[in-house]
Design a protein around this ligand. Structure first.
Ligand SMILES: [Ca+2]
Ligand SMILES: [Ca+2]
Length: 480
């Protein structure tokens, strides 16, 4: 299948067809969706219902990590002290939690690529023993079923956070997503180590999660992503918060990004409750991130080390090399954010950290139906130069690079006239994407980008910018 793309060259999309007609049509459909969502990223990428997640850029900065409000969890020893200084480089984090629809999309792609298999109603890497995911056939709170040949959404929760996912299944998703985005995977799927020098998707570090969750609010430090108010039951999905998803079968999750201040209608959402409408408050934090409190817990990359804060380095802390041993003799990754089941005051604090053991083996009646994840990835902080942020810009433009031809570095500038998602990617002459340079919500302004062509073969490439207002490309030439 060949599709004329972007008016300047051909993008080829080649699904591998070793299937019957039915599956072939399905795959064609999947690939067209991938293609369209990449091409019109300004339209679809920023939507929570897209098949691939959207990222928000979090600029580098410093903060005092930990509990600023003296909260002592009566059940668990306080693990959020001492407050300690942390510096983080710029990074991207998922604007929303990964949804059932997005995870189902991954599972169907991964099984067709022979990356995963279904055994005993659970999903594993082929030949491996680590569980990735519990299907609907295994446990009724999972929203993704397996019919013997394909995964499907088993209930009304397509746009809700994926639950029934294990940490391994979250990390494996990150590697698959990296390939979709032409990025280099971070995880070794045997050792499960994360290589932070790679630019691919990964789970956020604990420090990144808290920094992002606080939304740049440090004076004072808040208890929740939006402030200190714990009495507003319409701002996040808390237990018994009165939202229209609190009836019928567990889990009582809500769609990602549901709490945006809009009046929600049953005619649109088809929720199980009888209310015809539900007025939400805006729970988005100051960085534009949703569901950083309530709805589901979120896995992070770090091992859970109870006393880690007393030994954490200042710069880009990545957690301990091993975790605190839990009562079952095993170590667990950390989790953040609180959830619909027990997440209100104590658990949903932006400083709170707990071992995922608490919502897995320690809770055998409801294991893993509270836990989901969002993705993160690195950004090269020196590569995006902000010439004039929020500048009044009449037209979006992409300007010719200099020097050209180049080796190894070249610089180009661009202007954005309307706030929105911006995707800048490098393609070769055949239309194959080489690298995604930027894919994020950007303010209006003037920017420069320094591109390093290290690793390219000599030849002609295209820089393609897709924004709310334009698609434009420039031809660049790399000379070895
Ligand atoms: Ca609720
Ligand atoms: Ca805690």
């Amino acid at each position: 299948m060949k599709v004329r793309g972007l008016g300047i060259f051909t993008i080829a999309v080649y699904p591998e067809f070793n299937f019957g007609d039915f599956m072939m049509k399905k795959l064609l459909c999947l690939n067209v969706i991938i293609f369209i969502s990449l091409l019109f990223s300004s339209l679809l990428y920023s939507q929570p219902n897209s098949n691939l997640p959207s990222f928000t850029l979090i600029r580098a900065g410093d903060f005092a990590m930990g509990d600023h409000h003296g909260y002592v969890d009566p059940q668990h020893p306080s693990d959020e002290l001492p407050i300690h200084q942390v510096h983080l480089d710029s990074f991207y984090i998922g604007t929303y939690i990964i949804t059932n629809q997005q995870y189902c999309f991954y599972l169907n792609a991964a099984i067709s690529q022979n990356l995963i298999e279904v055994r005993n109603k659970k999903i594993y890497a082929v030949g491996d023993t680590n569980i990735y995911f519990l299907t609907y056939q295994d446990t009724s709170y999972s929203s993704i079923g397996w019919n013997g040949s394909a995964f499907y959404i088993a209930d009304f929760r397509a746009a809700h956070p994926v639950v029934g996912v294990m940490w391994y299944g979250a990390a494996a998703y990150c590697n698959w997503l990296s390939a979709q985005m032409s990025l280099i995977p971070c995880y070794n799927l045997s050792t499960w180590n994360c290589d932070f020098t790679k630019n691919g998707a990964r789970l956020p570090t604990e420090a990144e999660w808290e920094y992002a969750g606080r939304g740049g609010q440090y004076n004072p430090y808040y208890i929740f992503p939006w402030g200190n108010d714990s009495t507003n039951y319409t701002i996040a999905n808390w237990p018994s918060s009165g939202d229209p998803y609190e009836s019928g079968q567990y889990p009582y999750t809500t769609p990602v990004g549901f709490y945006d201040g809009q009046l929600k209608l049953k005619s649109v959402y088809n929720w199980p409750g009888s209310a015809s409408s539900y007025q939400t408050s805006n729970g988005m934090n100051a960085f534009g991130l949703f569901d950083m409190a309530g709805n589901t817990w979120e896995f992070i990359n770090d091992w859970y080390g109870q006393n880690y804060y007393s030994v954490s380095p200042i710069n880009n802390p990545k957690g301990p090399t091993s975790g605190t041993v839990m009562p079952d003799g095993k170590q667990y990754r950390g989790m953040r954010g609180g959830n619909w089941y027990n997440g209100q005051w104590g658990h949903s604090r932006v400083a709170n950290r707990n071992p995922s053991y608490y919502r897995g083996p320690q809770d055998p009646n409801h294991a893993w139906y509270h836990v989901s994840f969002r993705v993160a990835r690195n950004v090269n902080p020196s590569s995006i130069g902000v010439i004039e942020n929020n500048a009044l810009v009449e037209n979006s433009e992409l300007y010719q690079n200099y020097p050209n031809p180049f080796n190894p570095g070249t610089k180009f500038s661009f202007t954005i006239s309307k706030k929105g998602n911006v995707n800048i990617s490098i393609y070769d002459l055949t239309g194959k994407k080489i690298e995604t340079l930027i894919d994020e919500e950007m303010n209006t302004g003037k920017y420069s980008y320094t591109y390093q062509g290290t690793g390219l073969s000599s030849g002609i490439y295209f820089v393609v910018l897709v924004s709310e207002r334009m698609q434009k490309s420039i031809k660049i030439i790399f000379n070895k």
